[in-house]
Design a protein around this ligand. Sequence first.
Ligand code: ATP
Ligand code: MG
Length: 450
Amino acid sequence: MRLSRYFLPVLKETPAEAQIVSHRYMLRAGMIKQNAAGIYSWLPMGFKVLRKLENIVHEEQMRAGHIPMLMPTLQPADLWRESGRYDDYGEEMLRIKDRQGRDMLYGPTNEEMITDIFRSHVGSYKDLPLTLYHIQWKFRDEMRPRFGVMRGREFFMKDGYNFDLTKENALHAYNRHLVSYLRTYERMGLQAIPMRADSGPIGGDDTHEFLVLAETGESEVFYDSAVTDLRFGDREIDYDSHADCAAVMEEFTTKYARTDETHDPALFEQVPEDRRRVARGIEVGQIFYFGTKYSEAMGATVQGPDGKVVPVHMGSHGIGVSRLLGAIIEASHDDKGIIWPEGVTPFHCGIVNLKQGDDEADAACQALYDSLTALGLEPLYDDRNERAGGKFATMDLIGLPWRITVGPRGLKNGVVELTSRRTGESEEMPPEQAVERIAQIYKGLAVRGI
Ligand code: ATP
Ligand code: MG
């Protein structure tokens, strides 16, 4: 993309309404525009990152054997009357009447709707196990929408639902989700720690939240610092193996890690004192096993191998896709701007032309652009007629992990400069070598974009 043809409305001033760094940088980097409290438009660069996160979530869900679909944002109230949640959910639910006077709502989550789909089409244990998911906009009329996309009213969420014949199988689905979530967050360059949590209006006993440690997080967390050494890494896992998934669950959830809702001071005392940490975290996902709560209330049953008709065991599993943008920026930035992890960066590298209009510099930039594009990479070429200082400041703010700087002086010696956004270190090299290096860095990482 050539910056002169893109829509990147960068702000020079720091917007007064933004209290935390991710909100500030998302506004300043022209990623989002607020339309109403907690409701945002996703401008092209914000949208690009959102789509990358969505792609990663899809890839990891499908790898775990979960099946994508799409349910609507608007739901009939009657489904929620069946489960009893129409009255229980409270003011966070946006209730709407259609022209026939029927009660509708903008879905805050989809347990009822998916249970209705299930009961309409599945009647035998032979169709199980089944896990369906979608990535769709949700609405919760939050009392205090704030921190930009971190606590929006409209937000983008992946929610998945497993249906199993037995509790044991449903707990395997729970463990499988934990594994797939660990992989998902790591691909985004994030460490999200599973912590025992409270189930809230979803219901059920077994639940873990995934928290990204950050001072600006809204949750208070208590943990054994040894959990921060755990990495899933690139190990292969058989998602059908109960034992393999259970082993990962045990590895990642045995050490003390809890949110304030389930914090147990006496148990925490047993963690060696020098490893006890009290900190803050951003909730980026949650998994639940809630047994037959919805299936019993709504008649989602199957005939088991013994001929008996039984309610299915269920769980639900959510990832806050739009909140993740904020969480990634909270975890990865400096005082100049965002520092995107390579797996989610909107463009793979920037090209800065120090002397726009100089034939040689223009041709060298165009050649770099063409070579990178031919390799399936997406460079952002700053071809504007601007001072070098302004171009560097924009690149630093929008946080592309790599920048190639091209100027007449370097070109005389046959070199361009490759700079890492994270370390600030620069290296001179021939243009072909810079292309090779960037291609190497992104090898194996998803490179698709919009
Ligand atoms: P919170 O405690 O932050 O209100 P929740 O526990 O009610 O969230 P879940 O029902 O677990 O939320 O939803 C799954 C995920 O969706 C959360 O882990 C979070 O990442 C995201 N999410 C929830 N509410 C919001 C919101 N208002 N804005 C952005 N993302 C949200
Ligand atoms: Mg939650």
